[in-house]
Design a protein around this ligand. Structure first.
Ligand SMILES: [Zn+2]
Length: 301
């Protein structure tokens, strides 16, 4: 076995292990058993960077994180390696802390509450308790999880003085948001910054809005696969005037909706919910995007 094919075999073994034990993460269906050629290696490489090719971090249970780092070490030792392989070698690995580490609704001092599946039978497998959490510290909150998003973008907006914090985040969501940015570019609307107004919401925080602001008790935001977003290239905290008609309206956020529809058409496995939200006194128009696995639409989306 040549050095190159050793790496290929290790990548396959590692990737297969990753996907086998975490069936609901992104790219679960991508686990080729045999590599026949150099082209196969490159195809596998692409899946490790997400469908967008823009993931910069992978979220893995501890044992798989160690295995992946071993593969990365072998990849770095190869010379020369392709640009794609270099990006894989430099992927940041964030270990998933098991859900069972949460005690009495808390991770350390950080209060998270109880997931619906801890209290009652849920409506389906996508509402099972999450696999676990990514730890967020002042030191790693600025880590890029993909080209346009930082780990800290998805953290629940509460308990500002408590560290570490914990977040549930799925690679598929980050990947989908990157694809939406790509699609907006293709449509003629360059996006430098897609603001995550709300990403992960732990149940303790989510419950504070149930019944008042219309937050759902079983909100996908608790499962790390949902985000409320708007384009904010000028960082003014509001949706941009994308269509250039001089006003910020639903016509602007509807361009995001169109981009999401096109992404879901090209990647049905990233299908999910989409909600259309009007501006209020507190915020501009925004769009809810999730990757729950089945299409859902509300608010005229
Ligand atoms: Zn939402």
């Amino acid at each position: 076995m040549t050095g190159r094919s050793m790496i290929a075999a290790m990548l396959v073994a590692g990737a297969t292990a990753l996907y086998a034990s975490a069936p609901r993460v992104a790219h679960a269906e991508v686990a080729p058993a045999v590599l026949h050629s150099r082209a196969d290696v490159l195809a596998l490489d692409d899946t490790l960077l997400g469908r967008s090719g823009k993931l910069r971090a992978r979220f893995l249970p501890a044992t798989q994180a160690r295995e992946f780092e071993r593969i990365q070490g072998a990849l770095r030792a190869e010379s020369p390696i392709s640009g794609t392989q270099m990006r894989i070698a430099s992927l940041r690995i964030l270990p998933i802390v098991p859900f069972s580490f949460k005690v009495a609704g808390r991770m350390g001092l950080y209060r998270m509450g109880f997931w619906p599946g801890e209290k009652r039978t849920t409506r389906g497998v996508s509402y099972d308790n999450p696999l676990g959490f990514l730890e967020v510290t002042p030191g790693n909150q600025d880590v890029q999880v993909s080209e346009h998003f930082r780990l800290g973008d998805f953290v629940t907006k509460d308990q500002s003085t408590i560290w570490p914090k914990y977040v549930v985040l799925r690679e598929a969501l980050v990947d989908k948001l990157e694809l939406v940015i790509d699609e907006l570019h293709l449509m003629g609307y360059p996006v430098q910054h897609l603001q995550v107004m709300s990403g992960f919401r732990h149940p303790f925080y989510n419950a504070q809005g149930v019944g008042r602001g219309g937050r759902a008790r079983e909100s996908r935001h608790q499962y790390g696969d949902a985000s409320d977003v708007f384009v904010d290239n000028d960082f003014d905290g509001n949706m941009d005037d994308l269509d250039g008609d001089g006003r910020v309206t639903l016509l602007d956020s509807d361009l995001i909706i169109l981009a999401v529809e096109r992404v879901e058409m090209a990647h049905p496995e990233l299908s999910g919910g989409m909600g259309r939200y009007h501006a209020t006194h507190a915020h501009g128009p925004f769009v809810h995007v999730d990757v729950r696995g089945t299409p859902a639409r509300w608010g005229g989306a």
